[in-house]
Each structure stands twice: as C-alpha cells, then as structure tokens.
Design a protein around this ligand. Structure first.
Ligand code: HEC
Ligand code: HEC
Length: 328
C-alpha cells in the first residue's frame, strides 16, 4: 500500500550521488567566487537598494498586477503587496525569494511571463510603495545580488494565532492516527515524490472517467497545474502536522497518540519544517529543488516511524506488529 511512498524513497536515494557531485562542484564554484561574493555585502531593503527610475518602470509593469492586487497594492482577489501582513510573509527571506515567487508564479494568469529585469523592476516598485527609500544604484537581477538583500531592521508585530473565543466549538478527533496518515500525509507526500518521475511543468492530460486508472498524482490535473498540486500537497503536510498532536486521538490499536512525549513533538515539528521546505522549493518552480526537498520529507516521516510505527516482533495474525505501535 505504501508502494509509491517507498518506491519514491528509493528514487531519492538513487539521486544522492548526483546530488553529492553537484554539492562538490558548488563548493568549488563558490570558492572561486569568493572574491565577488565578498563585495556583495548583506544589505537591507532600508538601504536604498533601487532607484526611482527603476521603480517607475516597475509601476508600469504593475498595471498587469493591479486587477488582482489593486492599484493601491492593498489587495483584492490576490493578497496585499504592501503593509504588515505582506512584510511579515517575506521578512524571513532574502529579496530573491520574493522575486522568484513573482517571476515564476505571477501574474497568476500568465506565470513565467515576466523577464528577470521586469521582475526586479516590479520588486523595486513594491519596495518603494512599502516606504523604503530609493538610492543611487538599481536593484540587480542576479540571484547573488538579490540574495544579499534582506529585511534587517524592519520589524512587524508577530502574527498570533487567535485565542479561541469563549463558546467556540471544540472539534474532537474523528479518525485514528492511521486514518489521518493514510488520508492526508500519504497522498500528499506521493504527489510531491511524484516530481521525481514526472515533470510538474509538463502539460497534464485531464482525468476522464473510465479511460485511465485513477492516480493520486494526477488528481485535479484538469483544474490545477502540476506545480500547484505540489504547492497544495506541501501546504497540506505542513498544516496537517498539528493533527498529530490533537489530544484524545487514538491509534488503530486503541492506544492514545503519545502527544505528551517530547520526541513525538520534535518529530511532528520536523515534519512541519520539511513541509515548509517542500513548499519553498515548489515555489521556485525548480524540479531539482523539489526532488532535493523530498529527502528531508522522507526522513521526517521515517524518523518517527522507526520509533513509533515499525515495530519488530510480528506474529502470523499481526505481521507488522500493529499491537506494539504508538509506544516508544
Ligand atoms: C489573476 C490575478 C493575479 C494577477 C494578475 C497577479 N496576481 Fe499575484 N497573486 C494572486 C493570487 C490569487 C495570489 C495568492 C496565491 C499565491 O500566493 O500564489 C497572489 C500572490 C502574489 C504574491 C505573494 C504575496 C504573499 O504575501 O504571499 C506576490 C508577491 C504577487 N502575487 C505579486 C504579483 C505581481 C508582481 C503581479 C504582476 C506582475 C501579480 N502578482 C499579478 C493573483 C494575481
Ligand atoms: C510523529 C510521528 C509520525 C510522523 C511524523 C509520521 N508518522 Fe506516519 N505513522 C505514525 C504512527 C505511530 C503510525 C501508526 C498509526 C496507527 O496505527 O494508528 C503511522 C502510520 C502511517 C501510515 C499507515 C501505515 C499502515 O499501517 O497502514 C502511513 C501511510 C503513514 N504513517 C505515512 C506517513 C507519512 C507519508 C509521513 C510523513 C509525511 C508520516 N507518516 C509521518 C507516526 C508518524
């Protein structure tokens, strides 16, 4: 039943060699670039990292964005591109991540249609509207240049999960842990692992009832692009992880999910991190980055399974020793 999950894991291992080769060549490459990188001092959006002329060009380009994000950038159909919630979303990441998000996924109706220069210009415009000052030189289009710009010194009040209002209905668990795993984590992981064998950029043939076998990886192909499928799967894993901590849930064998144990909490947090990393990778629309992220994802599942799921000592009636699950 876990074939794709396990098969994909083998695929990930098989890719390790090329990964090491790439890592090695990167180390060499970076070493030869040190001189250039030294000149790329870390900067903040507050440091005058664009020019007024560049932001002016960006404003023109922004006309393609305004139908969804509003002329004021306050958001409409799409989220606001200025203000607190916007900055909070991006302030952990270098400007390169914001530029990549725009360059690869926007305008939503024609993703990938902006040139690197247009992308940098529109980023300059967003920075200007954000109230950050212009300077003497333009924001460059290269990864090295935009990765050196962060949000140091720009603070926003942290987002707080709203405290439940009095009288808010509580939602006790409905399923066993195994059902949550099979219903959410298993299909979502497989959609991400599937990037190993199938290019998410490829045109998808929509599923037609009665003509092809149903496949989780193709689910929704007629509605969402291959890349969006990976976005949503990564989000599902990140967001569903707290379900592993819902008090009162039982495992299939009737034992309580050990939510009070520290290692259980750590395993769950690691899975959230892996889901977030997969989402970041997916947002770059770079297939190799997503494939790379599956190593972290697979490990985050396996590390917990080794302790709490895959128990030795099965019997003929209970070969995988389910009776022993959910205790360390
Ligand atoms: C057809 C509507 C549409 C158009 C046109 C469009 N966007 Fe978006 N944009 C969206 C939606 C919907 C989202 C939220 C989903 C997502 O993050 O992919 C979004 C998200 C974003 C985000 C992420 C914001 C955040 O804080 O998460 C940025 C940045 C962005 N758009 C920039 C642009 C820029 C720049 C343009 C013009 C070049 C543009 N968008 C054009 C609909 C649109
Ligand atoms: C914090 C610990 C933990 C993490 C993290 C975790 N699992 Fe699990 N998983 C379990 C336990 C325990 C069970 C057995 C549940 C039961 O018996 O009710 C299980 C069961 C499963 C099953 C059902 C297997 C069967 O016997 O039918 C699948 C599928 C699964 N996990 C997939 C995943 C995937 C995919 C991930 C990572 C995205 C993941 N799990 C992450 C603890 C974890």
């Amino acid at each position: 039943m876990t074939t794709l999950f396990l098969g994909a894991r083998r695929g990930a291992a098989a890719r390790l060699l090329p990964t090491i080769a790439v890592a090695l060549s990167l180390i060499i490459y970076v070493a030869s670039l040190t001189v250039v990188l030294d000149a790329q001092q870390p900067r903040s959006v507050k440091d005058g990292i664009y020019t007024d002329a560049q932001a002016g060009r960006g404003q023109q380009i922004y006309q393609a964005c305004a139908p969804c994000h509003a002329a004021s950038l306050q958001g409409g159909l799409g989220p606001p591109l200025t203000g607190e919630s916007f900055i909070r979303n991006w302030s952990e990441y270098p400007l390169w991540d914001l530029a990549t998000k725009i360059g690869k996924t926007m305008p939503q109706t024609r993703p990938g249609s902006l040139t690197p220069q247009q992308t940098a210009d529109v980023v300059a415009y967003l920075i200007k509207v954000g109230g950050f000052p212009a300077g003497q030189s333009e924001l460059g289009v290269t990864q090295a240049e935009m990765s050196s710009v962060g949000w140091t010194g720009v603070s926003t009040p942290p987002a707080r999960a709203a405290a439940p209002a009095a009288g808010t209905p509580a939602f006790p668990p409905v399923g066993t842990l195994a059902q949550v795993m099979r219903g959410i984590l298993f299909p979502s992981s497989n959609i991400i692992f599937n990037a190993q064998g199938q290019d998410p950029s490829a045109e998808k043939t929509p599923y037609t009832s009665g003509t092809t076998a149903f496949s989780w990886a193709d689910w929704g192909a007629g509605i969402y692009s291959g890349w969006e499928m990976i976005d949503f799967a990564a989000i599902s894993i990140s967001e569903a992880a707290p379900l592993l901590l819902t008090p009162g849930r039982r495992c299939e064998n009737g034992r309580s999910v050990p939510v009070e144990r520290q290692d259980w909490n750590t395993f769950t947090r690691d899975m959230v991190s892996a889901g977030r990393a997969a989402y970041r990778a997916s947002q770059t629309r770079n297939r190799d980055a997503v494939i790379e992220s599956t190593n972290q994802l697979a490990s985050s599942c396996e590390n917990c399974h080794m302790v709490y799921r895959d128990k030795p000592g099965g019997t003929q009636t209970d070969p995988s020793n389910k009776a022993a699950r959910c205790v360390p």
